[in-house]
Design a protein around this ligand. Structure first.
Ligand code: ADP
Length: 638
């Protein structure tokens, strides 16, 4: 039983409106949503990975998890440690070895016993010391008495007493050395240990023996007392989690492999020049379950033998990035907010509307129709920023307004660059959002994953001296050539102008931006070229995005929501998008009033909206429709 569902009344559940953002959940605040006790039940989505984790916990198998950051890999690893039996936990003690000081002995006892043993040793040492002190004072008294009364020598007496005192002190150090070093203590563990060794250096992963600056002369720390456990020892009988597994150096990966294979691993000093390197303990148990994680290229760079070991003795799972947007799933997203608020402990609970806004955001971030994003770390970040804003205002609850503010504040680097860029362009008046200009189109592009930017394109057509060329500059050259080729096929059919005898100049105004995706600008380039060729001006209050086929069909593109928001911010009043992207539009309410969204499926519709002037345009659009329409039919006939 997976037990992760959010309960609602059965009669409500039957009649949930598909569009209800909370999936039929009736709450005023997230305070009313119970949070499951077990971490594994708090995990949302990732059914496959959850199943694997539960199975692997029963069978004690290693797991490799590959997927995007923040989708729950470490959460699942931790959840697994809660599923492992607590009864098997052990404490580990390191003892002085009287035969060889550099080979400390290792003893394993049931959890909780370690503390008792150390206590018993301390108690014994205390008693022995008391006994020694008692003896010492008696002997000193006798010697002093003898020197003063019989020999009548004060100096001799004091000297003798001093020597006796030092002899006893030095001797008692030896009895402290008998106290074992408890390197793994599971006395207070409520569940099996979970160790995150992501990015750990060799000592933290494999254990270490500290350097001793005083290596002799009675000042030294006994070697067993300098032994420190590594994550592989502390995770004995529990879970060892290593994210970004490929960044672990090869030597550490090899040692990790040995530890997995042998189930035990001696501790030695990791730094060669330290006195700790001379010390090597007896083997210390390392019976952990390994959960290795990373993104796809982590797998390529990880030690092949380590990977095959995990594969041979365990499971490999690929994490989901998005999940289908169903009422049941949306209820879980509401619970996610409750979980984050509860786990943080300081955030005010969220109102119903605030949760709804977060669910809308999860939809937007999915970037896929009918899905919700599973990148929960970022979503959780938004929850915390919103909650912090509410807390800063001493608000009792986190409201929708706080969430909207948080979204503005928690912008990605790309969004911040895009905003600065828009500001700068305003300074230079490079962005035009009214009037009519020939050969200039307001295109739209996405930067990074979550920010749109308006990207004007200018085209000019001149008679060519030789064979016609497409002249474009910058990183989008290839895309420009391709879209001009696509339109030239169409233009050839309706225009008396022959593009093959022309030079087409395409300029992207002030790109210089990395990460601008090109494909979605092809209707933009086509429109600019047609405008220049036919000398018909373009409405500058229109912005557009869309990909173009050879037949003139407008094909879907990514990031429409961010693009529309960018157009609205830049002051455009109309945005043309591919009809196939209509369902992907999830813009915020305030933008809805600022722009008209026009879905189109053919370049003729684009021109109909964007070009100025009635007679020329109409005849052009008509010609285009008839010609590409017949091209389409011909195409299907073949
Ligand atoms: P990863 O290890 O994949 O990078 P984490 O497990 O560290 O991601 O996730 C970070 C945080 O995001 C978690 O502590 C949890 O609060 C939240 N989170 C991530 N994935 C999920 C999920 N599938 N369900 C619920 N919360 C999640």
């Amino acid at each position: 039983d997976l037990g992760s569902d959010v309960e609602i009344d059965a009669d409500v559940a039957e009649n949930v409106d598909e569009n209800d953002l909370l999936g039929g959940l009736r709450i005023e605040t997230t305070d009313e949503i119970p949070v499951p006790d077990r971490l594994v039940d708090q995990v949302i989505g990732q059914e496959h990975a959850r199943d694997v984790i539960m199975k692997a916990a029963k069978q004690r198998r290693h797991v490799m998890m590959i997927g995007s950051p923040g989708t729950g890999k470490s959460m699942l690893a931790k959840a697994m440690s809660e599923l492992l039996p607590r009864e098997e936990l052990q404490d580990v003690l390191v003892y002085h070895n009287p035969d060889d000081g550099n080979r400390p002995k290792v003893r394993t006892v049931p959890a909780g016993k370690g503390d008792q043993i150390v206590e018993a040793h301390k108690e014994e040492a205390r008693k022995r010391n008391q006994m020694r002190s008692f003896l010492m004072w008696i002997i000193i008294a006798v010697v002093l008495g003898y020197s003063l009364i019989i020999a009548q020598q004060v100096l001799l007496g004091i000297l003798a007493a001093g020597i006796i005192y030092l002899a006893f002190r030095y001797g008692s150090r030896g009895s402290d050395a008998m106290i074992p070093n408890l390197i793994v203590n599971n006395a207070d563990q409520k569940s099996a240990p979970f160790q995150d060794a992501t990015g750990a250096h060799a000592g933290a992963l494999l254990g270490d023996v500290r350097h001793d600056p005083f290596q002799s002369g009675g000042m030294e720390t006994p070697s067993h007392d300098r032994v420190e456990p590594g994550a592989i020892h502390k995770s004995n009988k529990g879970v060892l989690f290593v994210d970004e597994i490929n960044t672990l150096d090869v030597r550490s990966q090899q040692h990790l492999m040995t530890a997995i294979q042998e189930g035990e691993f001696s501790i030695t000093g990791q730094s060669e020049r330290s006195s700790g390197a001379m010390v090597q303990t007896e083997p210390v148990p390392t019976d952990f379950i390994m959960i290795a994680a990373g993104n796809l290229d982590a797998m390529e760079n990880m030690h092949p033998a380590l990977r095959s070991r995990i594969k041979g003795y365990g499971y490999e799972v690929y994490m989901d990035d998005t999940i289908e947007d169903t009422p049941e799933m949306r209820r879980k997203y509401a619970r996610f907010v409750a979980q984050e608020v509860t786990n943080d402990g300081r955030l005010p609970h969220f109102t119903e509307e605030a949760v709804e806004e977060l669910i809308l955001e999860a939809r937007r971030r999915a970037g896929r129709k009918g899905h919700l994003t599973l990148e929960f770390r970022n979503l959780g970040g938004l929850v915390r920023v919103a909650g912090d804003i509410a807390r800063g205002e001493n608000a009792e609850l986190t409201t929708r307004d706080h969430v909207l503010q948080a979204k503005r504040r928690a912008r990605s680097i790309e969004q911040q660059i895009a905003d600065q860029y828009i500001e700068r362009r305003k300074d230079y008046e490079l962005s035009v959002n009214d009037g009519f200009v020939t050969g200039r189109v307001n295109g739209l592009a996405v930067m990074g994953e979550d920010s749109g930017i308006m990207l004007p394109v200018m085209a000019e057509v001149t008679p060519s001296q030789g064979p016609g060329q497409v002249i474009a500059t910058g990183q989008l050259k290839e895309m420009a050539e391709e879209s001009v080729q696509n339109v030239s096929a169409i233009i050839k059919k309706f225009s008396n102008q022959d593009l093959s005898e022309m030079d087409v100049h395409v300029q992207f105004v002030q790109t210089g931006q990395q990460g601008v995706d090109g494909d979605s600008a092809s209707i933009t380039v086509a429109t600019a070229v047609i405008s220049a060729l036919e000398d018909i001006p373009i409405d500058q209050s229109v912005a557009m995005t869309g990909s173009l086929s050879v037949r003139g069909d407008v094909l879907p593109v990514g990031g429409v929501t961010h693009k529309i928001e960018a157009a609205a911010k830049a002051g455009c009043s109309t945005v043309i998008i591919p009809a196939a992207n209509e369902q992907d539009v999830m813009i915020e309410d305030e933008y809805k009033e600022m722009v008209d969204i026009i879905p189109v499926s053919h370049i003729s519709e684009v021109l109909d909206v964007a070009l100025e002037g009635e007679p020329e345009k109409d005849s052009l659009v008509d010609r285009l429709k008839s010609i590409t329409g017949s091209a389409l039919n011909k195409g299907q006939g073949v």
